[in-house]
Every structure is written in structure tokens, then in C-alpha cells.
Design a binder for this molecule. Structure first.
Ligand code: SF4
Ligand code: SF4
Length: 104
């Protein structure tokens, strides 16, 4: 019984990782919402979604660094792109405006 539970957990985790990674990769071709504000604090949490990225490292001040920064994928450059893909909102330096600002 315990073994079945563990297999089920592993399956769920695998499914989550595959779905999450695929979704991010596909959505990386879309635009960043104009409602996104703020800037990256280099916490590195978005590089740990699904799996910990092998290119994630930290400097001596504890700031996250990407080992392939100049050629990092578009979904990394655009994170967080839209509110419903924002999985690190508790720690991230970005946020999304709730209401649309109308131009006069
Ligand atoms: S979670 Fe936000 S603040 Fe942290 S590294 Fe990613 S984009 Fe930057
Ligand atoms: S490639 Fe760089 S920016 Fe993208 S998840 Fe990995 S460490 Fe983070």
C-alpha cells in the first residue's frame, strides 16, 4: 500500500514537472503582460520551479546568477510573464497591477 502511494506521488511529481516545463517553454514565445511592474531581486526562486536548474549559481552576496545569462531561454527572460504563471509571487521583485490603467 505504502509502495503504491509512493509510486503515485512520483507520477504526480513527474507530471507536474513535465506539464510545468512544457507550459513555460511554450508560453515563452508570448508577450510579457504590460501590467507587470518591479524588477528582479535575483532570489533565484524561479530557477527552481519544477526542477532546480543546473545553470543556477549564487554570488558571494547570496544573489542568484545564471551561468548562461546571455543565452538563457526566452521563458527565463520573460518570467513572470502573466499573473497565472506567477508561481513565486511571495518572494519575487515583480508584481502585476490589478486594474488596467486607462489612458486619457
Ligand atoms: S523569482 Fe522573481 S525576483 Fe526571483 S529571480 Fe525570479 S524573477 Fe527574479
Ligand atoms: S537558464 Fe538561467 S535563468 Fe533560466 S532557469 Fe536556469 S539559471 Fe535560471
Amino acid at each position: 500500500m505504502q509502495k503504491n502511494k509512493n509510486i503515485s506521488k512520483k507520477k504526480k511529481l513527474k507530471k507536474h514537472i513535465v506539464t510545468h516545463s512544457l507550459h513555460r517553454k511554450i508560453s515563452g514565445f508570448s508577450k510579457v503582460s504590460p501590467k507587470r511592474k518591479g524588477k528582479c531581486k535575483q532570489c533565484g526562486e524561479c530557477c527552481k520551479l519544477g526542477i532546480i536548474c543546473p545553470f543556477l549559481t549564487y554570488d558571494s552576496n547570496g544573489k542568484a546568477k545564471c551561468m548562461i545569462y546571455k543565452i538563457r531561454p526566452s521563458w527565463c527572460k520573460k518570467y513572470p510573464r502573466v499573473p497565472n504563471e506567477f508561481d513565486t509571487k511571495d518572494v519575487c521583485g515583480y508584481w502585476f497591477e490589478e486594474k488596467e490603467i486607462k489612458k486619457k
